[in-house]
Design a protein around this ligand. Structure first.
Ligand code: UTP
Length: 306
């Protein structure tokens, strides 16, 4: 008889994923006065739904949302919508009912943890410690939408790709992407030695270096697979760039004691933390949607951009 699957027997599966969603989202004010940035939609789904789908694709069954007190909408979104569901059921709108009920698979649970003050991404990740315990975990920044075709495409999402590399190499894994040199001061930048087509061993990480001192143009984007040891390192991380507790600083400390890889994922990243990125993601999704593609292309053409 085959024994039941356990996380230790299937290390490529990431059981727990953290979603830091406690940032202020100032680039989307005034909308983010009341709506979390992660609830902004790309077509009909909020950014957080794309992120959750990616986590579930990587094997997650425990989703940890690090929120601030304004972010009830995210909890409500993944909760049962009794009244709406009853109305849709009564009126026989089964397609819409399935959409409303399909935000989360039944085997997945959500845990909400509060970050009392926006003290930085590193601090937000540290807030998840009591739920994560001592196993490796994923982190997804939902405002970086990484699209590899979605569930229907049969291709693994970025986090699943990273989980496989983490298990194979017994290493922490950071998603990276080449960015224009002049933008290095917007990202954590790595210096890394290639070990395969997509993976490289990280030697150094620097938070938001100026282009003239950046060790490369390989930027860390919003996906991480990290060992629980990172929590100890975050505990002793002092505020860095911008007065915030930076995850990058704790990763720099991790590098001195264990293997960390930079991984160039397969898929397209849209930086939906800024307006242009959200517009691009929306257009890209519309152009992929059979019901919208032709009309969107026609509209772009009419504006002289198609
Ligand atoms: P950003 O740097 O994008 O900051 O955070 P922000 O506040 O969300 O947005 P802007 O720059 O003001 O427009 C990166 C990620 O880290 C989370 C954010 O929610 C986002 O997913 N974060 C950041 C926290 O959860 N807590 C923090 O204290 C800071």
């Amino acid at each position: 008889m085959i024994p039941p699957e356990s996380p230790s027997m299937n290390p490529a599966r990431l059981r727990k994923v953290v979603f830091p969603v406690a940032g202020l989202g100032t680039r989307f004010l005034p909308a983010t006065k009341v709506v979390a940035k992660e609830m902004l939609p790309v077509l009909d789904r909020p950014l957080i739904q794309y992120a959750v789908d990616e986590a579930v694709d990587a094997g997650a069954d425990t989703l940890v949302f690090v929120t601030n007190r304004y972010k009830h909408a995210i909890a409500d979104y993944f909760d049962k919508a009794y009244e709406l569901e009853a109305k849709l059921a009564q009126s026989g709108k089964s397609d819409l009912l399935a959409l409303v009920q399909g935000t989360l698979p039944k085997h997945v649970r959500c845990v909400f943890v509060t970050q009392p003050e926006a003290l930085g991404l590193g601090h937000a990740v540290l807030c998840a410690r009591p739920v994560i315990g001592d196993e490796p975990f994923g982190v997804i920044l939902a405002d970086d939408l990484i699209w590899n075709g979605g569930a229907g495409a049969g291709r693994p999402g970025a986090l699943r790709q990273m989980a496989a590399v983490a298990a194979r190499e017994q290493a922490g894994v950071l998603a990276v992407e080449e960015v224009p040199r002049e933008q290095t001061d917007k990202y954590g930048i790595v210096d890394a030695v290639p070990i395969s087509e997509r993976a490289a061993r990280v030697r150094l990480v620097v938070e938001k270096p100026k282009p003239e001192v950046a060790p490369s143009n390989l930027a860390i984007v919003g996906r991480y697979v990290l060992p629980a040891r990172i929590f100890d390192l975050l505990e002793s991380t002092r505020p860095g760039a911008g007065g915030e507790i930076q995850l990058t600083d704790a990763i720099e400390a991790l590098l001195h004691e264990s293997s960390v890889l930079a991984y160039r994922f397969e898929g397209t990243r849209f930086d939906c933390g800024n307006k242009l990125g959200l517009v691009k993601a929306t257009l890209a999704m519309a152009l992929e949607d059979p019901a919208l593609a032709a009309a969107t292309r026609e509209y772009l053409r009419s504006r002289g951009q198609g």
